[in-house]
Design a protein around this ligand. Structure first.
Ligand code: GDP
Length: 227
């Protein structure tokens, strides 16, 4: 059954990793080059027209935006990477913010890396994927705007991407083919999120159970000592 996003509200914009909301809820982050279709996809899957602002001025908003979904998890809109028009100094700061977030955010379950399905492999995307791989940050690839090309054209581009990916990875990472225009792939993406969230919940429950068991064991020991 399809996963339904009933409620999606803006939670917070942060200009530094340390300003992000408390990390007690699981979260998914969306990232990609400017104009890749990130805002459109976020709005599509949350079924909200203007939740994420479509970027008129690329690179201007260098903020981490948290959206609270179904009051249970966060969807995070990260600033686009590799935007050339940002001056050297600012770009460093910008990438440091993303880097800190990706490497230190404890509740980050998966990074969704958006790539335009019409473009042949771009070094900047692959550098970013390799960075995530090296640092063992879980990610999946989301190809965007698949409505814009014929399916044979998309397959051709995809084959190029797969060849490039196989240079680094033994197995192809998980990939989704999406369109915010037609909604293609959006249900699959939400189903995937649901699977990851359920897994996270199970792990949390197991951890809580083992914590309770541990404290029960400790109190038993205490009682034995008292006797
Ligand atoms: P962002 O900069 O990554 O947030 O990209 P936007 O969501 O603002 O999209 C950039 C441009 O691509 C806008 O003109 C969108 O209307 C267009 N766009 C985004 N997604 C799609 C899509 O799936 N299909 C088509 N045809 N256009 C799209």
């Amino acid at each position: 059954m399809a996963y339904i996003i009933k409620k999606a509200t803006f939670a917070k914009s942060s200009s530094k990793f340390t300003e992000c909301p408390e990390d007690e809820l699981p979260e998914f982050a969306f990232i990609g080059r400017s104009n890749v279709g990130k805002s459109s996809l976020i709005n599509k899957i949350t079924n909200k027209k203007d939740l994420a602002k479509t970027s008129q001025t690329p690179g201007k908003t260098q903020l981490i935006n948290h959206f609270l979904i179904n009051e249970k998890w966060y969807l995070v809109d990260l600033p686009g990477y590799g935007w050339a028009k940002v001056g050297q100094e600012k770009r460093m700061q910008f990438s440091k913010m993303i880097k800190n977030y990706l490497l230190q955010r404890k509740n980050l379950k998966c990074v969704f890396v958006l790539i335009d399905s019409r473009l042949e492999p771009q070094a900047i995307d692959f550098d970013f994927l390799n960075f995530l791989g090296e640092k063992q940050v879980p990610f999946v690839i989301i190809y965007t705007k698949i409505d814009k090309n014929s399916s044979s054209q998309t397959q051709k581009i995809l084959a190029q991407h797969n060849r490039e990916l196989m240079k680094t990875w033994e197995e192809l990472p998980l990939r989704f083919m999406t369109s915010s225009q037609t909604g293609a792939g959006c249900e699959d993406l939400k189903d995937y999120m649901k699977i990851v969230l359920d897994e996270a919940k199970q792990i949390q429950n197991l951890e809580e159970t083992s914590q309770t068991q541990k404290s029960e064991e400790t109190s038993q020991i205490d009682e034995t000592i008292e006797e």
